[in-house]
Design a protein. Structure first.
Length: 416
């Protein structure tokens, strides 16, 4: 009986390891196209976009740092590579570039308390040491902030909160979110996604630079990279892609106080430029293009946060999956109500990448970008793993149930 019990425990552990590893490695997953066949992936991706979009979408595919495919589709006003999309949390990746320009200039220290640079607002007192809230930890979502934001935005014509009031209690917090930026767990102990942390970085950029957040990031990052169609604040709505819900109906264009976390407007053409800026240029230009140093980009994609034993976050960038060169596929995604979904992925080792900006489908961009990661490096990326977590648990539970039933039956036979 003891032997049976031991074998049962070993079988349960082995099944769990098999299911989790199989999900991460994609053992039972078919790629969207044959591995290595760019033309087949391009055709499959375009077919998926045409079939599943309900509003509009812009798509670009990179190979060796060059754009090798684009596709644009819309249920309303036509879109193209210069159409501006509001990209939700994808904004955070660009914000991180802005923060790191101040670090390189010696105006910010990654490992000093963020409070040293703030005059207009301070973190509320907590049971933990607020000095542990450093710039590095804000960038990597390890600062112990428990706001969980998530910004829903403000309707047209509604007054926007001040930045300070939003940090105190965001009036546009997404449903179910606390909305108060405060330290709820010990800084540096675990990953906890915080939109409020990036709103705090927005204030920090303004305090240190002496400029508005939008003006500084445009001057220091966007314009030098040639991202001249990108902005966190619109002067007008010319060439802005229309907003659609999941039924394909026109819907509200929300505005944000939390620019750094949720309000970048950009184009596929501009997003390909920031992907290319991580690579050596065709004429020998260094990675970073003079906006950031190559070693800074390397530091930004070094693991700074992990979850379930996997490295998942750098400084402002998601580490989606290991690549084939000892690094990671990097980038960021964005999604917001009613149906904004955006995604950008890059393998810095090869220069291969993908950009999808769309409205009218809550998951299309993320799903397609995750399919690209699996097709490109043969690994299930972070967001695809999370999306399949529930089905993985179902498979795990079914196997465990079968093992326990078999063990009970065998034990009963032993007793007989």
């Amino acid at each position: 009986m003891l032997r049976t019990l031991l074998l049962t425990v070993l079988a349960l552990v082995a099944w769990a390891a098999f299911v989790v590893t199989g999900t991460l490695e994609g053992w039972c997953r078919q790629p969207l196209a044959p591995f290595g066949d760019t033309n087949a992936f391009r055709a499959a991706a375009i077919a998926k976009i045409d079939q599943e979009h309900k509003g509009n979408a812009a798509f670009a595919l990179l190979e060796n740092g060059r754009v090798v495919a684009t596709h644009y589709v819309s249920a309303g006003k036509p879109v193209d590579g210069d159409s501006r999309f509001q990209v939700a949390s994808l904004s955070k990746w660009i914000t991180a570039w802005g923060v790191m320009t101040l670090v390189e200039a010696g105006k910010l220290d990654l490992d000093k308390p963020a409070s040293l640079y703030l005059k207009r607002w301070k973190l509320p007192a907590s049971q933990f040491d607020n000095n542990g809230v450093t710039v590095r930890r804000l960038l990597s979502h390890t600062a112990g902030l428990t706001d969980g934001l998530g910004y829903a935005g403000f309707k047209p014509g509604a007054p926007l909160q001040s930045l300070e009031d939003s940090l105190t209690h965001a009036a546009d917090a997404s449903p179910g979110r606390d909305g108060k930026v405060h330290v709820g767990i010990k800084p540096g102990t675990e990953f906890k996604y915080s939109g409020g942390g990036y709103t705090l970085l927005q204030l920090l950029i303004e305090e240190v630079s002496g400029q508005s957040f939008n003006d500084y990031v445009k001057t220091a990052v966007l314009n030098p990279l040639g991202m001249t169609r990108s902005t966190f604040l619109l002067d007008d709505e010319t060439d802005v892609a229309e907003f659609f819900d999941e039924r394909g109906q026109h819907t509200t264009h929300y505005r944000f106080t939390a620019l750094a976390a949720a309000s970048l407007y950009t184009t596929t053409s501009d997003m390909t430029r920031i992907l290319q800026a991580h690579l050596k240029g065709v004429s020998g230009e260094p990675p970073g293009r003079g906006v950031l140093r190559p070693e800074t980009l390397t530091e930004m994609r070094r693991p700074h946060a992990s979850q379930y034993g996997a490295d998942i976050w750098g400084l402002g960038t998601i580490l989606f999956a290991p690549n084939k060169a000892g690094g990671f596929v990097i980038g960021h995604d964005g999604d917001n109500a009613p149906a904004i979904n955006t995604a950008a992925r890059l393998d810095p080792a090869t220069g291969d990448g993908i950009v999808i900006l769309e409205t009218g489908n809550k998951r299309l961009a993320t799903k397609l970008a995750s399919e690209w990661v699996f097709w490109n490096v043969g690994k299930v990326d972070l967001l695809l793993f999370l999306a399949e977590f529930e089905s993985m648990l179902t498979t795990l539970a079914a196997g465990w149930a079968a093992i326990l039933v078999a063990a009970l039956f065998f034990g009963w036979r032993l007793r007989r």
